[in-house]
Design a protein around this ligand. Structure first.
Ligand SMILES: Cc1ncc(COP(=O)(O)O)c(C=O)c1O
Length: 397
């Protein structure tokens, strides 16, 4: 049977990382395992104390049915509220301002389904995590790109958004610390965003998935630190990157009660929440944050320094990112496109990076290196990759 896909799915390109995973699988099958700076998925295990908490919770049959609370079990919502208060100084009510989610990806998709009708306008950063644009398009929405340029610190220029677009826009996506650029946003920028959103009646969806992957003592911000932000914003957080728990699918959305309620209405008609034993494990994870996070940040910082210093020794002029496990690097002048450069890195140096155009038009000219590297001795692999680039590639600047 040759059943056509729904037209709305035909409009959507394949999930980019699925194709990259296929290239990698093919190389491994041919016995040529690449040094993998590709997908940003933590290579370290979930901490034992979280696994122990899951094991204990899973033995209690009370965790086995559907979570009928809808928003998440009370212990989880309380742990989230405590975390947001301690980490960001943001006070949230556990009654309506917090929604447990099955990863940020799920909540980012469902908030769009909650608000976007065909032809509604959605402001989307470019380059960006693909889900914002894809889901908005899937809903029939019209996306308007907000270019993230290096000269603007990879922040969108709000003044450059044309008046009719501002007036038509219903949602704005932001993501700081940023994938793929590694940029961070300060509170001044978030204040401007909140004013802009209030003036133009736009809901800001801030994807904060990388909030805890930060370096040199730098503390990232929640948009909810801005006074009155909950009137115009919802923020998506996740345990995925903070606690090496990407496969567990546990996260939360928080912010203005009407937006949390809307998300809840959308998602409760699609999924039935996160397994309650996993929510209990997430409580343990959050409670152990202070002990766990320092060594994790130090580990990525070691890799970041090896990669950035190594690339700079070859002629790049990179600033070390303050946050995320990504290094966003301009391609050398002798390459026309990032895909050409990435192809050569794979063929001549056996290393996998992501061409920036995967993240949007304004990502062209860059490649993204992820510091989440599988296999033994990560720093040695980074040094090996730098040596291979130095020996096998011609770079002009
Ligand atoms: C910017 C961004 N947001 C969200 C996610 C997904 O997070 P989660 O595992 O919580 O769904 C990712 C995953 O790579 C991401 O890069």
């Amino acid at each position: 049977m040759n059943l056509p896909l729904a037209q709305r799915l035909q409009r959507i390109p394949p999930y980019p990382f699925r194709e990259i995973a296929e290239i990698k699988a093919k190389m491994i099958a041919e016995g040529k395992e690449p040094i993998d700076f590709g997908i940003g998925d933590p290579d370290l295990p979930t901490p034992d104390y979280v696994i122990d908490a899951l094991y204990k919770a899973a033995q209690d049959p009370a965790t086995h049915p559907y979570d009928e609370s809808g928003f998440g079990i009370s212990e989880y919502k309380q742990a989230v509220a405590d975390f947001m208060a301690k980490r960001f100084g943001v006070q949230l009510s556990t009654d309506g301002q917090i929604q447990g989610t099955i990863g940020c990806k799920e909540s980012l998709a469902h908030i769009i389904w909650a608000y976007i009708d065909p032809s509604d306008v959605v402001l989307v950063p470019d380059p960006a995590y693909s889900v914002y644009k894809v889901q908005a398009t899937w809903c029939g929405g019209a996306t308007f790109p907000m270019p993230l340029r290096s000269e603007n610190g990879f922040l969108p220029d709000l003044d450059a958004i044309p008046l009719p677009v501002r007036k038509a826009a219903k949602l704005m996506f932001l993501n700081y610390p940023n994938n793929p650029t590694g940029a961070v946003a300060d509170l001044d920028f978030f204040r401007q965003v909140v004013d802009f959103a209030r003036e133009n009646e736009i809901l800001v969806v801030h994807d904060c998935a990388y909030s805890e992957v930060c370096y040199d003592g730098y503390k990232t911000h929640s948009i909810l630190e801005v006074e009155g932000a909950a009137d115009v914003a919802i923020e998506m957080h996740s345990l995925s990157k903070t606690f090496n728990m990407t496969g567990w699918r546990v996260a939360w959305a928080c912010g203005g009660a009407p937006f949390v309620e809307a998300l809840s209405k959308a998602k409760s008609n699609v999924d039935s929440g996160t397994f309650m034993a996993i929510q209990h494990a997430a409580v343990a994870a959050l409670e152990g944050y202070d002990q766990f996070i320092g060594p994790l940040q130090a580990e990525y910082q070691k890799r970041r320094d090896a990669l950035v210093d190594g690339l700079n020794s070859l002629g790049w002029n990179l600033e070390a990112p303050k946050a995320t496990f990504y290094v966003w690097a301009l391609i050398p002048k002798n390459y026309a496109t990032a895909a050409d450069f990435a192809r050569d890195l794979l063929a001549k140096c056996g290393m996998l990076v992501i061409p920036g155009a995967v993240y949007g038009e304004y990502g062209e000219g860059f490649v993204r290196f992820s510091l989440t590297i599988k296999g033994e001795d990560k720093v040695a692999q980074i040094e090996q990759a730098i040596e291979a680039i130095g020996s096998n590639m011609t770079l002009s600047w």
